[in-house]
Design a protein around this ligand. Structure first.
Ligand SMILES: [Zn+2]
Length: 136
C-alpha cells in the first residue's frame, strides 16, 4: 500500500511539474492506484516522463532496484516512445526520459511524500486537496 501511494504520488507530482493537476487520486484496498481526470500533456516526452515518474517514486520509496514491478507504466512509456521516436533509438531515448523522471521526482521529493502520506491516511484525495498539498 505504501509503495502504491508513492507510485501514484510520483505520477501526480510529475504531471504537476508540467503544469497539469489531477482531479482525483486514490488507492484501493487491493493495492492498486489511480490518477483520474483533467487535461494532461500531449507531448510524448512529457507523457513518457509522467508514466515513468510513478515507478521511479515507488522505487525510491521502497528501496527496490528496478522498475520491474510497474510493468503497465513501462509498457505504456515504451509504446509512446516507439511511436514518437522510432524503435531504433528506443533504448537511448528511454534512458534519457527515465533520468528526467528521476530528476523531477527527486527534486520534488517533499511534495511526493506529502501526497503519498495523505493518500495513505485518506485513500482518496480530491484535485483541490492535491493542489493544496503541492502548494504547501
Ligand atoms: Zn503507474
Amino acid at each position: 500500500m505504501r509503495a502504491t501511494a508513492y507510485h501514484e504520488a510520483g505520477h501526480v507530482v510529475a504531471r504537476h511539474a508540467f503544469g497539469f493537476a489531477p482531479t482525483e487520486v486514490s488507492i484501493r484496498r487491493d493495492g492498486s492506484g489511480l490518477v483520474r481526470g483533467g487535461a494532461t500533456t500531449k507531448r510524448p516526452g512529457e507523457i513518457i516522463i509522467i508514466a515513468l515518474a510513478g515507478p521511479v517514486a515507488e522505487v525510491l520509496a521502497a528501496g527496490a532496484r528496478d522498475l520491474g514491478t510497474c510493468r503497465g507504466d513501462i509498457v505504456y512509456a515504451m509504446r509512446v516512445l516507439d511511436a514518437a521516436y522510432g524503435a531504433d533509438r528506443a533504448d537511448e531515448v528511454f534512458e534519457l526520459h527515465a533520468a528526467a523522471a528521476h530528476d523531477i521526482v527527486r527534486a520534488r521529493w517533499a511534495s511526493v511524500e506529502r501526497v503519498a502520506e495523505a493518500l495513505l491516511a485518506k485513500r482518496r484525495l480530491s484535485g483541490r486537496q492535491v493542489r493544496a498539498l503541492l502548494a504547501s
